[in-house]
Design a protein around this ligand. Structure first.
Ligand code: C2O
Ligand code: CU
Length: 481
C-alpha cells in the first residue's frame, strides 16, 4: 500500500519547546524581538487608508474548489511591504464562502520551510481523514487535498481557517496565515435582510523586529503588539447615515483579546462564533477573545468620523492590554437603499440543551504548574484524554487554575454556555470559544456530540499556550460501530 507521507502518525516530529521558551511565553519576555513601544505603536496616525477586503471565493453548484498556497512572500502587512508567511500572497487569505450542504475542497500547497495544515475553525464537520483533521500535517514542499462536506442544516455565520500543525501554528498565524470562512445561504439577499453590504474584518495583533520582520510570538509581550484589521493599521471604514452593514468580525490574533467599542452608531449583534442568535442584542462593547467571531449589524448614525476602539483588558499577571484605536469609521453620503432592515431574517432558534438529559459531567482544568497543560499534563496527540459517546449530551465545567485568563475552544461540536463562575447565564446561541476568568474562574457548558465520531482537540486559543501544551484530545466513539 502506498504511504501518504502527508499524514504523519500522531506524535511524529512534534517539536518540543524549550523550557526557556515555555517560561517566556507566560506573558512574553523582553528578549529577542525589538518592539515598538506600545504607546508609540498605538499612536500611529490614522492615514486615510481605506479598508482593504480580502478576495472572495464563493461556491458554485454545491462545491467550493479552492487552492490555498502557503508561502513566504512580500505582501502589504502592518503598514509596509514585508516578507511574511501567508495564504495566496495576502493577509488575510481569501474569504471562502459556502452554503449549508456544500462540499468545501481545498488543495493546500505547502511552500513553507516547515509543516503546516488547515483547520476550519467553527465548522461542524468531521475531524477525521481528509476533513478538518488537525492531526494530519503537511510537510514542506507537499500538497494535500482536504474534502469537507457541510450538512444541509449547518449554521449560517462567520467562521475562519488557520494552520493547526502543532509546534508551527503560532508563528504562522503571527505572520498572517488566517482567512474568513463564511457560511451563507444563497437565497439571502440585501432585499430580504435590509443589509446594504457585508464586510469581513479579520482582527489580528502582531509585532515587528527592528528590521521590519515579524517578531517571535513567544518572545513578544501580549501588551506590546500592533493591532491590525485585515492586515492594515487603522484603516478607514466608510458607511452612510442610516445605512446598515454587516461586519463579520474574526479575532484571528495569536493571543490578543479585543474589547471593541464604536460610539455614535448603532451596533446590533446577530450571531456569535458562526451561530445565529435567537434574539438580536444591541451591544455597547464587544469582547472578542482569540478564535471568537461576531456578526454585527452596524447602522450609520450622524455624519462624522469616529474611532472603532478597543478598551483595556486585564489578562492577569498584572498585564493589561492597552486601549487604542483599531480603525476609523467615516460616516457620510447617502445610504444605499436595499429596503428596511429585517434583522429577524438573520435570527434562528436553537435547541436549549438545559432541557436535555446529561450523559456525563466532566471537569477539565487549565493548569500551568509544571508547564502549560490541561489537567496538569501537556498535550500528547497519541493520548486520548476524554472518551465520549456519539449522540449524547455532555456537561463540561472548564476551570482555570492559573493567574491568566484563557480562551477555551473545542473542535467539531459547539456548546451552549449555562454558567459562568457558577452563575446561570441565558445564552443567545451556541459558541465554540469562551474566555475563562483567572484564578479559579469557571465556565460550564452543555454540548451535543452529534454526527461526527472521531478524535478532535480542545485547547486554549492563546495559540502560544496551546503550542506549549495547553491542549488535549477528546475521542467521540460511535456505540453502534
Ligand atoms: Cu482556531 Cu484548534 O483552533
Ligand atoms: Cu492559555
Amino acid at each position: 500500500m502506498p504511504v501518504d507521507r502527508s499524514v504523519l502518525p500522531p506524535g511524529a516530529a512534534v517539536p518540543v519547546p524549550s523550557r526557556r521558551a515555555l517560561l517566556r511565553a507566560v506573558v512574553g519576555g523582553a528578549t529577542g524581538a525589538v518592539l515598538l513601544d506600545p504607546g508609540r505603536a498605538l499612536a500611529t496616525p490614522a492615514g486615510a487608508v481605506p479598508l482593504r477586503e480580502p478576495e472572495v471565493r464563493r461556491s458554485a453548484g454545491g462545491v467550493l474548489d479552492v487552492t490555498l498556497r502557503a508561502a513566504r512572500s512580500a505582501v502589504p502587512f502592518g503598514g509596509a511591504r514585508r516578507t511574511v508567511m501567508s495564504y495566496e500572497g495576502g493577509v488575510p487569505g481569501p474569504t471562502l464562502v459556502v452554503a449549508p450542504g456544500d462540499v468545501l475542497r481545498v488543495r493546500l500547497v505547502n511552500d513553507l520551510p516547515h509543516p503546516t495544515n488547515l483547520h476550519t475553525h467553527g465548522l461542524h464537520v468531521s475531524g477525521e481523514g481528509i476533513a478538518d483533521n488537525v492531526f494530519r500535517h503537511v510537510g514542506p514542499g507537499e500538497t494535500a487535498d482536504y474534502e469537507i462536506p457541510l450538512r444541509p442544516d449547518h449554521h449560517e455565520g462567520t467562521n475562519w481557517y488557520h494552520p493547526h500543525a502543532h509546534g508551527h501554528s503560532a508563528q504562522q498565524m503571527f505572520e498572517g496565515m488566517a482567512g474568513a470562512l463564511v457560511v451563507q445561504r444563497r437565497e439571502e439577499t440585501g432585499r430580504s435582510t435590509g443589509i446594504s453590504r457585508d464586510r469581513v474584518l479579520v482582527l489580528s495583533s502582531t509585532a515587528f523586529t527592528a528590521d521590519g520582520a515579524v517578531a517571535d510570538p513567544f518572545t513578544t509581550r501580549q501588551d506590546a503588539q500592533v493591532r491590525l484589521v485585515n492586515g492594515q493599521v487603522r484603516p478607514t471604514i466608510g458607511i452612510a447615515p442610516g445605512e446598515t452593514q454587516r461586519w463579520r468580525l474574526v479575532n484571528a490574533s495569536v493571543n490578543h483579546v479585543f474589547r471593541l467599542r464604536l460610539d455614535g452608531h448603532r451596533t446590533t449583534q446577530v450571531a456569535a462564533d458562526g451561530v445565529p442568535f435567537r434574539r438580536a442584542l444591541d451591544v455597547d462593547e464587544l469582547l472578542l477573545a482569540p478564535g471568537q467571531r461576531a456578526d454585527l449589524l452596524v447602522t450609520g448614525g450622524a455624519e462624522g468620523v469616529v474611532e472603532l476602539r478597543t478598551l483595556p483588558v486585564d489578562i492577569g499577571f498584572g498585564v493589561v492590554l492597552p486601549a487604542g484605536p483599531v480603525a476609523t469609521v467615516a460616516c457620510r453620503g447617502a445610504a444605499p437603499a436595499p429596503g428596511p432592515l429585517h434583522a429577524a431574517a438573520l435570527l434562528r432558534p436553537f435547541e436549549d440543551l438545559r432541557r436535555r438529559r446529561v450523559a456525563v459531567h466532566r471537569e477539565v482544568a487549565f493548569t500551568m504548574a509544571g508547564g502549560f497543560g490541561m489537567d496538569g499534563r501537556p498535550f500528547d496527540p497519541t493520548r486520548v484524554d476524554q472518551t465520549c459517546e456519539l449522540g449524547t449530551v455532555e456537561e463540561w465545567t472548564v476551570r482555570n487554575e492559573t493567574g491568566l485568563v484563557h480562551p477555551f475552544h473545542s473542535h467539531v461540536n459547539p456548546f451552549q454556555v449555562t454558567h459562568v463562575d457558577g452563575v446561570p447565564v441565558d445564552a443567545r446561541s451556541y459558541q465554540d470559544t469562551v474566555l475563562v476568568g483567572k484564578q479559579g474562574g469557571t465556565v460550564t457548558f452543555r454540548t451535543h456530540l452529534q454526527h461526527f465520531p472521531g478524535r478532535a482537540v480542545y485547547h486554549c486559543h492563546f495559540v502560544t499556550h496551546a503550542e506549549l501544551g495547553m491542549m488535549a484530545v477528546a475521542d467521540v466513539v460511535d456505540p453502534r460501530a
